[in-house]
Design a protein around this ligand. Sequence first.
Ligand SMILES: NC(=O)c1ccc[n+]([C@@H]2O[C@H](COP(=O)([O-])OP(=O)(O)OC[C@H]3O[C@@H](n4cnc5c(N)ncnc54)[C@H](OP(=O)(O)O)[C@@H]3O)[C@@H](O)[C@H]2O)c1
Length: 283
Amino acid sequence: MSSAEKSPDQPQVDVPSDTMVGFIGAGKMAHAMAKGFILSGAVKASNIIASCPHPNESSVKDLGVSVIPDNKEVVRRSSVVVIAVKPNIVPIILKELSSIITQKNMLISIAAGIPLKTIENYLPSGSRVLRVAVNTAASVQAGVTVVAKGTATLDTDSRLVVNLMKSVGICEEGPEKYLDAVGAVSGCGVAYAFMAIEAMADGGVKMGLSRDLAIRFAAQALMGAGKMVLETGKHPGQLKDEVCSPGGTTIAAVHKLEKAGFRGALIDAVEAATLRSHELAKQ
Ligand SMILES: NC(=O)c1ccc[n+]([C@@H]2O[C@H](COP(=O)([O-])OP(=O)(O)OC[C@H]3O[C@@H](n4cnc5c(N)ncnc54)[C@H](OP(=O)(O)O)[C@@H]3O)[C@@H](O)[C@H]2O)c1
């Protein structure tokens, strides 16, 4: 039995049942997306295939997905091909696959910082290409995805990709110029959140909580705060103010965070990740 099974709580998302999804690269992101598709019921494990040089070492096969060493075979068998290798490998992959990509295939690149134009230049004209910024939270149906269309992308293509990605979180279509910043906020953002959870738990442990409890409570606090922002529609500053009683504990902690440059550090982090994406695009 595979470790990812359809979750009964997920809303049905409109993805045709004959959609065959192929991942070129079977690492962390392929695992996150494939797991999300299977758990949501959007795509069956038997309709997903992946390739990488060391298939036996890929955790994607633990999802019940077949993982093979042949990239071209994945393209032949898939209507939707997801390029899920590291950005420096993308040109190698595109050269390898350009002769067998046909109008039958829709190509989605999740690689950070590689522009649509660069991808399209490697492929036959008229190739249906989309660039997608996605994060690992897709593996638990809490992902953030923004989809940008290429020059020959059909409206039906972007609708299918948006529907597919809505099965694993929130998804919007947007212009490519925003993708680097989207990646810096939500793609890298999960790492900032993990660091916050770890550090808050360290504080809890310092103050006498068990490690296990402190991590669970910190994680739930971040998840709850995120849900409150999304579900109440209130500005996060207002929600923060509502927790700060006059002369209370939270405002004392907020003062410490402000003195340590908490907000400035996060703004710098998003800026650094966006600029690094721009650098990768130039390479
Ligand atoms: N990680 C994130 O949070 C995140 C978020 C958003 C976007 N992305 C983007 O997602 C992409 C994949 O990142 P990742 O974190 O999933 O990387 P990863 O875990 O290192 O996985 C890369 C995969 O590519 C395979 N690969 C290497 N050379 C290959 C080749 N010539 N042909 C086919 N497969 C090959 C690797 O196989 P072997 O292990 O067998 O060598 C591995 O399975 C990157 O472009 C990244 O920018 C990542």
